[in-house]
Design a protein. Structure first.
Length: 118
């Protein structure tokens, strides 16, 4: 399976970005999708997840009310809309796919850099 992130870049504080993660080589509906991030010198941390067809979402406290995760089954893709960005959101953002039943089966993308700076 392959996960490819896109949409990262440099944005000013208060701005917005939309990250995309396209998948191939897996049965998309069988996987729960998540976004994680890793800032320099820090451990990778959970950002948001979307379960099944999208009825259930979960967010880290730091991004609640600012970020929104969604998925498009027809395109086998997941998105992360990020609004009111802060410098603390600067990190490499990774897409994750975890099998809904075979929990040891999971895949990661290569990451996309998000930099929030004036």
């Amino acid at each position: 399976a392959q996960l490819v992130e896109s949409g990262g870049g440099l944005v000013q504080p208060g701005g917005s970005l939309r990250l995309s993660c396209t998948t191939s080589g897996l049965t998309f509906s069988w996987f729960d999708m998540s976004w994680y991030r890793q800032a320099p010198g820090k451990e990778r941390e959970f950002v948001a997840s979307i379960i099944g067809a999208g009825a259930t979402t979960d967010y880290a406290e730091a991004v609640k009310g600012r970020f929104s995760i969604s998925r498009n089954s027809a395109k086998s893709a997941v998105y992360l809309q990020m609004n009111r960005l802060k410098p603390d959101d600067t990190a490499v953002y990774y897409c994750n796919a975890k099998h809904r039943w075979e929990r040891l089966e999971e895949y990661w993308g290569q990451g996309t850099q998000v930099t929030v700076s004036s």
